[in-house]
Write a protein that binds this ligand. Structure first.
Ligand SMILES: [Zn+2]
Length: 90
């Protein structure tokens, strides 16, 4: 179960970006440059989520029960909680 929210952070001087599981209220510093990193984005899925997959079209499918989008690596629909049909891998 992934409960930490992943963030995209950027070092202002180098423009280098990295993705970390950041905690709110903490400051993050680039290990190489010593720059204070600024948050440029929050990555989906939003914590807490049992899925490790990014919320992208190729990772999603429609729940067979409620027709809502769910990540493909989940067995149970996050919306209605019902077990979804096995993935068609053909
Ligand atoms: Zn559902």
């Amino acid at each position: 179960m992934s409960v930490r929210q992943k963030y995209r952070l950027r070092a202002p001087s180098s423009g280098r970006e990295l993705i970390v599981e950041a905690e709110p209220g903490r400051d993050y510093v680039d290990r190489e440059t010593g720059d204070q990193l600024e948050v440029v984005g929050k990555l989906l899925p939003l914590a807490p989520s049992p899925s490790e997959l990014p919320w992208a079209v190729e990772n999603l499918r429609f729940c067979t029960w409620c027709d809502q989008l769910a990540q493909k690596d989940l067995n149970d629909c996050p919306h209605c909680g019902r077990r979804m049909a096995p993935l068609d891998r053909s």
